[in-house]
Design a protein around this ligand. Structure first.
Ligand SMILES: [Zn+2]
Length: 692
């Protein structure tokens, strides 16, 4: 069960769903005690009570800006992390729940009936318990019926198209990175269940323990579907064996940041030669993909190795692997024993979450994932004032101007490359709030009698929606996030920045506050997304969204030296004792954070000047400069469980809150000036990094 793929490759402000293990992304499981939804308080921007005045801002600014907030906000038992983002997204989710519940009880339109029914079916735990594993039995029977490996491709296609379960690899429709006007079919590495290839390959006690627990989880869900313990033990060993064999040839996340490592156009014949034991024609026909001459084979070596897996593994082992992927995908939504097993392994063991997430939260979330532009229509009417969109347009314009100034002022870049960078900036487009045109969900069939079937229909719709784009012009107005989402993204092939309505609220955006607070909040977010166009990855795309080198060699070398400084700096940060951040994995996000604050600072200067104000003017005892940095720091106040921190260090391209704050301010001399720090203090080091 995929429940809506994330098709677009984009760099986000926060966790992107594709960086999370599937179960976490779909909010696994529950038998929760706290079933009564209550309205959460709206988060505040620039919160004086969050500040810990006993901390020295020049020594640990994060502690200063967030210390009291962190003490007052322990992680709720149904979360693995808790920060300002979570406060806001929990509130958005509650407001979404209100809409969903109302639509479920008394729908006023066909669309409300559809998402109301979807939500109601999800909430019906009695029904899920009564059905047990019946909803997936036809799928399991289909796998059992396999008698020859030659039939695998057709069955794998059927699982993907009809049940929403991708297995050995991932298929998607993508923008051609050399010709961004085209949509093409693409296949890439995949087929794993654990969060990253390292979970299969790293030989240390922590990973070994997780693999043992994973083995136990597989045994548990297989025995629930009727296998003997002996058979389930054997199958679990073989399933992990297959996944390990797929993990080995898979490229590490850092390598995948390089667009060249994701792009190899091949004819179908060439792909077939690469993997002779998999009938690609049968697969593509099976998912109803339009006939094409060429497609993008992201990682050819992976498919070569996959062929070996197919030829070496027994049919029984491959069938067990497919069976497990189907059960695992559906487990959070099947009867109680499945839900529990899924919760115990994914959110609890892997992420350290103490209690199961209440059903209403999970159901609101999954309805948003499946039918986000349906329920989102009502959500924005109630929760997004039109003037917010207008003010955001003005802010974005101010930030664009500031970025142009920033590029001009860069001491290390030659005029030739500066000109190219400005051209790219001129091509930037933005989308704010919600789509101009909403998706048509009439092909999704929803009943209240079988939630698994509803999800299958949503997945089928989404796959068809994607396939329908092949060979057609790119729709620049399409969104990759739903309106209530608390996040933002830059999409390199479209060269656009996107801000859903969900994030355009306090603590990010609050027009009752002075400009310093908004530039420190949403201003830095806008600057962050813009800088993605010029980070280690984005800088390889031109203004039209094509991978193309627009740098002089000399400037590229200087850029690499400067980003290396950030790689080393962030690589020295330890979120959990003994676990370091991966400076290369987080490079794009760190560059975006550091660039974002520079640009927004510049835009604030311009705005204050226009209004005849000074950066030294005080409100509540803080100068505008200090308020800018405190507002920025407070966006990232966060508590996180060690387990979740460990997973994030492996898979999340974003640094944890503490380092997003301290890593950035220590690189920006205006911070030290604003707080009267001395050179050599931790937040005003002599070896600061600067790219943009
Ligand atoms: Zn980002």
């Amino acid at each position: 069960m995929r429940v809506v793929r994330s098709a677009r490759m984009a760099t986000t402000l926060l966790l992107c769903a594709s960086a999370l293990p599937a179960q976490q992304a779909t909010f696994a499981s529950d038998t929760s005690t706290s079933q009564t939804p209550t309205e959460p308080k709206a988060p505040r921007s620039f919160d004086l009570s969050a500040i810990d005045k006993t901390a020295d801002p020049c020594v640990d600014f994060y502690e200063y800006a967030c210390g009291n907030w962190r003490k007052a906000n322990p992680i709720p038992s149904d979360q693995s992390r808790w920060g300002r983002f979570n406060e806001l997204s929990e509130r958005n989710r509650y407001l979404l729940y209100v809409d969903l519940k109302r639509a479920a009880d008394s729908p006023k339109s066909a669309l409300q009936r559809k998402y109301g029914d979807f939500f109601a079916a999800c909430m019906n735990t009695d029904q899920a318990n009564e059905l047990g594993n019946k909803p997936i039995q036809p799928v399991l029977q289909r796998i059992d019926a396999l008698t020859d490996k030659k039939q695998l491709a057709a069955t794998i296609a059927w699982l993907e198209a009809e049940n929403g379960t991708p297995t050995l690899f991932r298929f998607r429709v993508e923008q051609d990175q050399k010709d961004s006007t085209k949509r093409i079919e693409g296949v890439g590495q995949g087929g794993l269940t654990l969060p990253d290839r390292d979970y299969y390959l790293e030989d240390n006690p922590h990973m070994q323990q997780i693999r043992t627990q994973y083995h136990d989880y597989i045994v548990k869900v297989l025995t629930l579907t009727g296998e003997s313990d002996e058979q389930a033990q054997k199958d679990a060993g073989e399933i992990i064996g297959i996944e390990t064999a797929l993990a080995k040839p898979a490229l590490p996340r850092v390598a995948l940041r390089d667009p060249d490592k994701r792009y190899h156009i091949m004819t179908l014949t060439e792909l077939q030669q690469l993997e002779p034991d998999f009938d690609w024609n049968a697969y593509l026909t099976g998912i109803h993909a339009p006939k094409v001459e060429t497609l993008n084979v992201g990682q050819p070596d992976f498919f070569k190795a996959q062929n070996q897996v197919l030829s070496e593994q027994s049919l029984d082992a491959l069938k067990a692997y497919l069976r497990f992927h189907v059960i695992n995908g559906a487990a959070p939504w099947l009867s109680q024993p499945y839900e529990n097993a899924s919760f115990e392994f994914f959110p609890k063991t892997l992420q350290g979450q103490a209690e199961q997430t209440p059903r209403w939260k999970r159901c609101a979330q999954i309805t948003d994932r499946a039918l986000g532009e349906a329920v989102g229509q009502d959500w924005v009417k109630e929760n997004f004032p039109p003037q917010n969109k207008e003010s955001m347009e003005q802010l974005v314009a101010a930030l664009k101007k500031a970025l142009a100034q920033d590029i001009q002022s860069l001491p290390w870049m030659t005029d030739e490359t500066k000109k190219q960078a400005e051209e790219k900036l001129d091509e930037f487009r933005q989308k704010i709030g919600y789509p101009e045109k909403w998706r048509d969900y009439s092909a999704v069939h929803v009943t209240r009698t079988n939630f698994i079937a509803d999800m299958e229909s949503a997945d089928r719709y989404d796959l068809n929606y994607e396939l329908n784009k092949v060979g057609k012009p790119v729709d620049e107005k399409e969104w990759g996030m739903t309106p209530p989402t608390v996040n933002a993204y830059y999409n390199p092939p479209q060269n656009d920045i996107n801000f859903p309505a969900g994030i355009l609220q306090p603590p990010f955006y609050d027009f009752s506050k002075d400009p310093a607070v908004n530039f420190g909040g949403i201003g830095v977010v806008i600057g962050h997304e813009m800088t993605h166009g010029f980070d280690d990855e984005g800088s390889k795309y031109d203004g039209h969204g094509n991978v193309k080198n627009w740098w002089t060699q000399e400037d590229r070398e200087k850029f690499d030296q400067r980003t290396d400084c950030e790689v080393k700096e962030y690589g020295s940060f330890e979120p959990v004792p003994g676990v370091n951040l991966n400076g290369k994995l987080t490079l794009g996000e760190n560059t975006a954070d550091n660039g974002g604050i520079h640009i927004s600072w510049q835009a604030l200067q311009d705005t204050l000047k226009q209004h005849g104000k000074s950066i030294d003017d005080k409100i509540d005892g803080y100068t505008e400069a200090q308020r800018f940095f405190i507002a920025y720091g407070q966006v990232w106040c966060q508590n996180i469980r060690d387990q979740a921190s460990r997973v994030a260090a492996k898979v999340d391209p974003h640094s944890p809150g503490m380092f997003r704050v301290n890593g950035v301010v220590r690189n920006f001399d205006e911070f030290g000036k604003a707080f009267g720090c001395h050179e050599g203090q931790p937040m005003m080091p002599t070896d600061a990094c600067r790219v943009w």
